[in-house]
Each structure stands twice: as C-alpha cells, then as structure tokens.
Design a protein around this ligand. Structure first.
Ligand SMILES: O=C(O)C(=O)C[C@]1(C(=O)O)C=C[C@@H](O)C=C1
Length: 364
C-alpha cells in the first residue's frame, strides 16, 4: 500500500520537476533577452552593466514576501539566489576575488551574496582583494569588515583609506567554528591547535575549558589551519564547515564559539554605484579637525534628521590630513534628499568626507 502511494507521489514530483525545469529555462531565456536589450541601448563608449544588485535585492525580497511555506523564507530565497546567479552568468560570468584560501568564511560569504555561478578567485590578503578590483582583474571583491564578538577588521578599514572603492553590497554570516582533526590525530594526543587569531579569540573560553594546556598557534586563515592539520599528526584546527568539507577533516566538537550569535559582516567592493531600493545603507569616511566637540558636531545632523546610525569606528589617520578618521554606516541612500542634506552639512565641518557607497541592506 505504502509502495503504491510512494510511486504516485514520485510521479507527481517528476511532473512538477518538468514544469520547474521549463520555467527555469524560460527565466534564463528572459535574462538573455535582458542582456540583449542592455547591449542594444548603450551610448557610444558606454560599458554594459549586467549585474544589478538593487534589482537582485528586490527579486529576493519579493520571493520572501510571497513565500507561503513549507520551505522557510531564507531557504526559498537561497534557491532563487542560485537561479539568478546562473541567469546572470548567461549574461556575463562575474569574476569575484575574496580573502582566501579556498574554504574561508569570506568565500562562503561571496557564495551567499553572488551565488555559485561566479568565477571566484582566492587572494592571500585583504589588501590584495582591493588591488585586484582596482586593477580591473575582477568585477568585485569580498572582504570581512566586522565581527560581533571581536569587532572591526582593521585591515579592511585601512584599505578603504588607500583605495578608491565603491561598496555595493553587504552580507552577514553566522560563524560556527568546529574543532577539526585529520585521520592521523587521536583525540587525547592533541598538542597544537591552529586557527586565525580572530577565531582563537572567538573560542577562547571553550579552549580554556577543554584544552587549557595545548599550544594555540595563529595562522593566516582558518582554511590554512585546516589545510595544515590534514597532513600533520596530533594537531587540530578551528575552522568552519567549508574548510572541514574541503580538507576532509573530522569534527571532534561542533559550534565551539563562545557566543552563540557570533556573526561576521562582509562587504562587496567594486566600481559600480548602486541605485536606491528604498531599503539601503550608506558607508562614509569622515575626518574632523582635532578640536573639542568634533565628534559631537559630526553626529548632530544625523540625530536632527532622524537618520539611524548602524556603526561608527575610529581609525588612526594615515596622513596629516586625516587627523581623526571615522567610519560611519547609516540607514538610507546618499541620493535621498534627507541624506544629501546631512552629508552637505557634515562636509561644511569636516576636513574630508568620502562616500564609500550606498547599497541594499543584506536580504539573506
Ligand atoms: O534585471 C536585470 O537587469 C537582469 O539582468 C536579470 C537578473 C535576473 O536574473 O533576475 C540577472 C542579473 C542581475 O543582477 C539582476 C537580475
């Protein structure tokens, strides 16, 4: 009886899959038409813009708004994320550089934002991601910017002072760390634990409780740590799912981060300005002169206009001109009249003001 029921259900699934297949193909043909229209409407010397983050954010939001389950909103949006990624690859395969090596959380963030149909390129350092984008070798770069446990990623903030880059998107990733070992390591004979310094810090309490006397070795990334322990005896790595899968390691302990809400925010950097979607964020760098009340003066126009600040970081200046440098994120787009007014007000008081970009708030 159950056998009969199963057979009937599988026939229904086969027939639904055929319809889905036909619909996805029709959507892909539509994307090809979009590319043709974009190419046909170019002014002389104009370069076509195939990737449209503002449109992608709208598509994903629409899917989430209309979704009635049983699949969750995030799950459904992830499926559409991949469909759109493949459709875009038909128009133009995007090249994306990220902080590598393969298996890093930054690679996972790049896939979450752009989908898997991009050509991705691991870079050895944050600054190299910036340089690769500046040189035009890739369309976009992905770099970490802040972690909920450990704070700002200063290398990224400093790179914005050195390069002219446009931020065109953000993505947040829940960071789960696991204790991983290769096949030659016995649980009771671990003498060294490798990971990135930030990850070791994010798991400090757990390590103090479970491996208080084991040497902790900071390496350039979690993926590098995973790569090392693959061939090494009696050592373990702290890294995430991607690195564990990539290097075929065993999980001795899962989700060992001290804070269960441990998350990292990543930025997409490129050269393309993103039009408003109605649900955007803006990042700016401001330097104020070294006088009492300078920070207050900077913040008052935001308060007076009811603009929500989401982050403020201070970095030492790199030159005499940038005495104090503030990195500020706020809700709104730099083309909104209210935001425009605030930026004009600030630039009257500031030594320098640079808009790093306005971009859709993370949807996924
Ligand atoms: O609407 C567009 O401009 C498209 O190119 C289509 C499409 C899509 O598949 O929906 C593909 C890529 C863009 O990044 C945004 C959306």
């Amino acid at each position: 009886m159950a056998e009969q029921e199963l057979k009937a259900l599988r026939l229904r699934i086969d027939s639904l899959d055929e319809k889905i297949l036909e619909l996805i193909s029709e959507r892909a043909r539509c994307a090809q038409e979009v590319a043709r229209v974009k190419m046909g409407s170019l002014a002389e010397g104009e370069v076509p813009v195939f990737y449209r983050p503002e449109r992608e954010a709208q598509v994903l939001k629409r899917v989430m708004d209309r979704n009635q389950g049983p699949l969750g909103n995030e799950e459904m949006a992830r499926l559409f994320r991949e469909i759109m990624s493949s459709c875009l690859a038909l128009e133009q395969p995007l090249k994306v550089a990220y902080l590598g090596p393969e298996g890093t959380f930054t690679q996972a963030a790049a896939m979450k934002h752009f989908g898997h149909a991009v050509i991705s390129k691991p870079m050895a350092a944050i600054d190299e991601v910036f340089r690769e984008v500046a040189a035009g070798a890739v369309n976009f770069g992905v770099v970490p910017v802040e972690n909920s446990t450990e704070g700002a990623v200063n290398h990224t903030l400093d790179s914005f002072l050195e390069h002219d880059m446009v931020i065109c998107g953000e993505v947040e990733l829940r960071i789960h760390h696991h204790l991983l070992v290769g096949e030659n390591t016995k649980t009771d004979s671990i003498s060294r634990i490798y990971s990135h310094a930030q990850s070791l810090a994010q798991c400090r309490k757990w390590l103090d409780a479970h491996y208080p006397n084991v040497e902790r070795v900071a390496v350039s990334s979690n993926a590098e740590a995973a790569k090392r322990v693959k061939g090494e005896w009696n050592s373990a790595a702290i890294a995430g799912d991607m690195a564990a899968g990539l290097y075929g390691l065993t999980r001795l302990a899962e989700k060992i981060e001290d804070r269960p809400d441990n998350s990292t925010r990543f930025l997409m950097i490129g050269n393309q300005e993103v039009p408003p979607t109605g649900d955007d964020k803006t990042s700016i760098i401001v330097s104020m002169s070294n006088k009492p009340g300078a920070l207050h003066e900077l913040l008052v126009p935001f308060h007076d206009n009811g603009i929500d600040l989401t982050r403020i970081e201070t970095r030492p200046s790199r030159s005499g001109k940038w005495t104090y440098v503030f990195f500020i994120d706020f809700v709104g787009h730099h083309r909104d009249p209210l935001v425009k007014g605030v930026l004009e007000k600030i630039s009257q008081e500031a030594v320098a003001l640079k808009v790093l970009g306005s971009y859709p708030k993370a949807v996924l």
